[in-house]
Ligand binder design. Structure first.
Ligand code: IPE
Ligand code: IPE
Ligand code: MG
Length: 248
């Protein structure tokens, strides 16, 4: 049977967006190094930038903000740095829950929770629960997230559904597969920003960012401001997104 062509709703075309911004928060280590301080000092400074950026979203028309906090590859760092980061995440969640809830932010986590410690998982579950009714900004924190890992985990679940007879192999397509991804409830990111001057994606939202616009900026994450986000959002609106078609 021929597939019905996908109709793009008119509001998607008309909107000046971006509706979903995703950020690879990079450069904490170099920021600290430049000050002769340990890398963890940079991570703490970086975590402090998140609130301002989240709170700037509603005025910029950004409904979804997704931030990369820890990758599945970051376990390769020294034990001191990894332990320091895990303790920072616990501290951050405990300290920020009230402000996030009050601001109307709904928080979700993506990534593989299995490898995280129980105390952190409980804090993450609690933050998701506490903010579940909010709708002003949808903040997604990628923690122990890897794009390849996510696709592998999704494929494992999909294969299980096929084995259980719940899904036919012929029905696996571009609509079905993303339902198994961690981001299944989120729209694809319109704009992906990476700070610190590196022009690579390091596995962030591999499937989801197929048609995202990218901004690679030199600012180190602890120096990033709401004002800079505003400039990037305005710049996004000048981009001509063709999605493979020819511009009219
Ligand atoms: C990003 O900053 C935060 C994490 C990856 C956890 P980095 O720690 O990668 O900082 P640089 O890239 O070494 O400067
Ligand atoms: C990507 O930054 C991961 C996060 C920002 C959490 P990295 O610093 O880990 O990436 P690479 O190693 O430079 O690619
Ligand atoms: Mg880095």
């Amino acid at each position: 049977m021929a597939k019905t062509p996908k109709i793009i709703p008119i509001e998607t075309v008309m909107t000046d967006g971006p509706q979903h911004v995703a950020i690879i928060m990079d450069g904490n280590g170099r920021w600290a190094q430049a000050r002769g301080r340990p890398r963890l000092f940079g991570h703490h400074a970086g975590a402090k930038r998140v609130r301002e950026v989240v709170e700037a979203c509603p005025d910029l028309g950004v409904k979804y903000l997704t931030i990369f906090a820890f990758s599945t590859e970051n376990w390769k760092r020294t034990q001191t740095e990894v332990a320091g980061l895990m303790s920072l995440f616990r501290l951050y969640i405990a300290k920020e829950t009230r402000a996030l809830a009050k601001h109307g932010t709904r928080v979700r986590f993506i990534g593989d929770r299995m490898r995280l410690d129980r105390k952190l998982i409980d804090l993450m579950d609690n933050l998701e629960k506490e903010t579940a009714k909010n709708d002003r900004v949808h903040l997604t924190i990628a923690l122990n997230y890897g794009g390849r890992d996510e696709v592998a985990r999704a494929t494992r679940r999909l294969a299980q559904d096929v084995a259980d007879g719940k899904l036919q192999p012929d029905n696996v397509d571009e609509e079905t597969l993303p339902r198994y991804l961690d981001t299944h409830v989120l729209p694809d990111p319109d704009l992906v920003i990476r700070t610190s001057g590196e022009a690579r994606i390091s596995g962030f939202l591999l499937w989801q960012s197929a048609y995202s616009e990218y901004e690679f900026i030199d600012t180190l994450w602890p120096d990033f401001t709401a004002e800079e986000l505003g400039e990037l959002v305005v710049n996004f609106r000048t981009r001509d997104r063709r999605f493979g078609a020819v511009a009219e």
